[in-house]
Design a protein around this ligand. Structure first.
Ligand SMILES: [Zn+2]
Length: 241
């Protein structure tokens, strides 16, 4: 209660009354925080930029028992180049929406916070395909939330992936890879996708340093995996397909 200083990023915002905005912030120590930014819509407001999507920085909040308001913000990054590419912007919005779904009020999650900022930096300033960054983010997010994808052995028979010929499939419900002998109607993926997923689980965002290509079928399977494992529907997913 009282004044709180915290790093945070704007996950979503909604217009509120005539000139205010209601922000949903993600703080590494406080989790999800809904905070009112008074007069943020006015062009002269010092909170105008601080209440935009993707804005991250040190926020000073004033919290009472039933609400928080933004007093000021020292901005560290706005990820501005995301606004110059519809594709990159759409992927960024999807990452924010996943976090809004996962992050709970009062729950600290420093690792996810840093992972989100680094992923957005790749989307905004990097040269990797947005699809590759999002694929890594989904797999990392699932790991951080307790649904670590299983990619080294077939989740049904346990044979090491890479030893059974005939292609693979992704079980979106169980977040893992199935070999040719065990797959049924699950989405098929190519062998290079299975390898890519193994590299992602080992290296995280560093996978991008060596270049990463994900087929459309594997990417769609990962989107489905996020929906099923996180038990959510994500509006922003439509713009990625
Ligand atoms: Zn198998």
């Amino acid at each position: 209660m009282g004044q709180i200083k915290t790093n945070a990023i704007v996950l979503s915002r909604a217009d509120y009354r005539e000139n205010d905005r209601m922000l949903t912030l993600f703080s590494p120590t406080l989790g999800r925080v809904d905070a009112l930014a008074r007069r943020a819509k006015s062009q002269k407001s010092p909170l105008l930029a601080a209440s935009e999507l993707f804005c991250s920085g040190e926020y000073v909040l004033y919290a009472t028992r039933d609400r928080a308001t933004v007093e000021s913000c020292h901005i560290t990054d706005t990820f501005f180049p995301l606004r110059e590419s519809y594709e990159r912007f759409s992927h960024g919005i999807y990452l924010l929406e996943l976090c809004r779904h996962v992050v709970q009020p009062g729950e600290e999650n420093e690792r996810l916070f840093l992972f989100l900022l680094r992923s957005l930096a790749h989307l905004a300033y990097g040269t990797s395909e947005p699809k590759s960054v999002t694929a890594i983010f989904i797999m990392g997010l699932l790991s951080l939330t307790g649904y670590r994808p299983r990619v080294t052995r077939c989740i049904s028979c346990g044979e090491p992936i890479g030893t059974v010929p005939g292609g693979y499939a992704i079980s979106t419900a169980e977040a893992g890879i199935l070999c040719a002998n065990c797959k049924r109607a699950e989405p098929s993926i190519e062998e290079r996708d299975a390898e890519a997923m193994q590299r992602i689980m080992r290296l995280g965002l560093k996978t991008l340093d060596e270049g990463l290509e994900i087929s459309d079928s594997a990417f769609h399977a990962l989107l489905a995996m996020a929906r099923e494992r996180l038990d959510g529907t994500f509006q922003s997913e439509k713009a990625l397909i």
